[in-house]
Design a protein around this ligand. Structure first.
Ligand SMILES: Cc1ncc(CN)c(N)n1
Length: 246
């Protein structure tokens, strides 16, 4: 697994003159970024080797995560400084609450999960930590804070989605469609937009703000890994010491 870069953005740029702010975020988020994007759970989605039990566990938790993600997008639409950004974010929010919501409902039906289960599911500890970070960064933090969390979540999914889309489609529609949702050109264009938005704003931030944004991206990467791990193993993984609240 790659080791983390612990220097500042200007230091990173002196060593890598063509590097963008988002490259620095990824370098600072290692080894969690690679652990999340290469998690065995993501490979099992594309292999068609996913146990129903693990995928059901994942979908129930992820439905609550996506509900919080929709709230996060609502905050970001409100905080985005430009109309062009509000347009991008609200279009994604519309997709999340329509096409993606429909995906979850059809998948729950196919996997035999009743509405009474997924509508009232309590979040496990990892999803709760995610919800706290996402919703509070976007709601109480600045636009770049919330954007860093969104960037990590969507870029992570584009990364494994594009890789798994190279394999023959899995038979189960809920696996094949989950890959498609995260590999189609429209999703890629949206993630590229978030990357560009962050690359435009990041270099203008103060050193303290850059540092905070990079910590949020790193924390999100660790949670993305933990989320896959919890679904895959059925156990709550311990978060590394640096993310535990005192
Ligand atoms: C945990 C998690 N992270 C990201 C995504 C992609 N929206 C998701 N569905 N779930």
């Amino acid at each position: 697994m790659p080791t983390p870069y612990d220097g500042s953005f200007p230091q990173f740029q002196s060593a890598h003159p063509n590097a963008a702010f988002s490259d620095w975020l990824v370098a600072r988020a290692e080894p969690f970024w690679s652990a999340a994007t290469e998690h065995p759970f993501t490979r099992a989605i594309g292999d068609g080797s996913m146990p129903d039990e693990a995928y059901t566990r994942y979908l129930i938790e992820d439905y609550t995560f996506v509900t919080d993600l929709a709230s996060t997008l609502g905050y970001l639409v409100a905080k985005a400084p430009r109309m062009q950004s509000k347009t991008q974010l609200s279009a994604f929010l519309a997709l999340l609450t329509s096409e993606e919501n429909d995906y979850f409902l059809r998948s729950f039906e196919a996997l035999g999960v009743p509405a009474s289960t997924y509508e009232t599911a309590a979040q496990g500890p990892t999803t709760r930590a995610f919800a706290d970070l996402l919703v509070s960064s976007a709601g109480k933090g600045s636009y770049p804070d919330g954007l860093a969390c969104l960037l990590c979540a969507e870029w992570c999914y584009l990364t494994w989605g594009r890789r798994e889309a190279q394999k023959p489609k899995p038979e189960a529609f809920y696996l094949a469609e989950w890959i498609d949702l995260h590999a189609v050109p429209g999703f890629e264009a949206f993630v590229n937009w978030i990357i560009e938005e962050m690359n435009g704003i990041g270099p203008t931030l103060s050193p303290d703000d850059q540092d905070r944004v990079s910590r949020l991206f790193r924390h999100m990467s660790a949670l993305e890994f933990a989320f896959f791990e919890a679904a895959w193993t059925g156990k709550t993984p311990d978060l590394p010491e640096e993310f535990r609240q005192s």
